[in-house]
Design a protein around this ligand. Structure first.
Ligand SMILES: NC(=O)c1c(N)nc(OC2CCCC2)nc1O[C@@H]1CCC[C@@H]1O
Length: 334
């Protein structure tokens, strides 16, 4: 059905479309967050979600508490203890074109009143996680869950090599990042599962989520998961004054960070970074589903803050879906 322009809609037509979108999106969410097995392409989910956001912005009376626009992320899987995130783990707003990215920048610059340096980062296609350290010692690991309540996966993250059990400084700090499964580990895992007549994972993100949200820690330990850390809950404990310096400080503390970050001094720099990594994407050792640009000065991040779900100082530029690695069961063995 060709999408009717919202400006030409009456509220009852909008309500009908919004209700249909809510049902469909909530079902897709449940598959994605609760069963780690999405059965819809990311870009289809994202476009339907963006359409519901636009309908609700045009007709706020259509917003319902169960609308996916009012929720963040998934729920807590049975069997895991819950963890309350004192500082919520935010999601990210999405844009799908350079024009929309330019609009994000123009709004932000108008709000701030001067040009803004951005830190450009690869958007790792994994599962967001939070690591808590007390006096430099790792005490807890948790998933994002719905943003305020996640799952305690401390035992599982203890088996991940890239996660330091002790920092180089005795800091009390909550650091957030992405847990992912490298493409090579994903291919090997699916080969083993296929050979054993087990179901295969559709993509590395599902494989990482299924391996991390796993009640049997021994299974997690053999899945070759890795992490890139990129965000902090409370800025206090660190000395960095910019996002880019914070990543370097994370590395000095013992974390693994993604080395492909780059400070952009103009939108042209941002667009160049996007073009470069859109081409590099197939050769990366891990999956990415876009680029994240963040206001680089940390005081500016703090000043701009967040809405219920997403920061005002960061946005994700989404790539079209990777051609999903062919499932071995679909391969015609000649
Ligand atoms: N997937 C990523 O590589 C990534 C990133 N490099 N940087 C951020 O910064 C966000 C986190 C909270 C405020 C900004 N988020 C990322 O992923 C988010 C986390 C939760 C949903 C997205 O996957």
């Amino acid at each position: 059905m060709a999408e009717q322009p919202i400006t030409a809609m009456d509220v009852s037509t909008a309500e009908t479309e919004a209700a249909g979108l809510r049902v469909q999106l909530n079902q897709w969410r449940k598959d994605y967050y609760d069963n780690d097995a999405p059965n819809v392409e990311d870009d289809i989910y994202d476009r339907n979600y963006a359409r519901l956001v636009a309908l609700e912005q045009a007709f706020p009376q259509l917003i319902t508490p169960d609308s996916p626009t009012q929720l963040v992320g998934g729920t807590v899987k049975a069997g895991f203890t819950k963890v309350q995130h004192e500082i919520p783990m935010l999601s990210l707003g999405d844009v799908f074109s350079q024009a929309e990215l330019q609009e994000f920048n123009d709004r932000l610059v108008q709000n701030v009143g001067e040009p803004v340096d951005y830190n450009c980062e690869l958007k790792i296609d994994g599962l967001a996680l939070s690591l808590r350290y007390e006096n430099g010692v790792l005490v807890q690991g948790s998933t994002r869950g719905n943003g305020t309540v996640g799952e305690d996966i401390t035992k599982n993250i203890m088996t991940i090599e890239s996660i330091p059990h002790q920092l180089t400084k005795p800091l009390t700090i909550d650091v957030r990042g992405e847990c992912y499964m490298p493409k090579a580990a994903f291919a090997a895992l699916n080969e083993r599962r296929e050979a054993a007549g087990e179901s295969v994972f559709a993509n590395p993100r599902n494989a990482a989520a299924g391996s991390l949200r796993q009640l049997d820690t021994k299974v997690t330990a053999e899945r070759q998961l890795s992490t890139f850390m990129y965000n902090i809950a409370d800025y206090e404990p660190i000395t960095a004054r910019t996002q880019s310096d914070m990543l370097t400080e994370f590395a000095d503390l013992g974390f693994t960070i993604n080395p492909a970050f780059k400070v952009a001094h103009s939108m042209d720099d941002v667009f160049q970074y996007i073009d470069h990594y859109q081409n590099e994407r197939p050769d990366l050792a891990y999956g990415i589903d876009g680029i994240v640009i963040k206001a680089n000065p940390l005081p500016l991040q703090r000043q701009l803050g967040a809405t219920v779900k997403v920061p005002r100082w960061a946005i994700a530029f989404k790539f079209p879906p990777d051609e999903q690695p062919t499932l071995l069961k679909d391969v015609e063995w000649t």
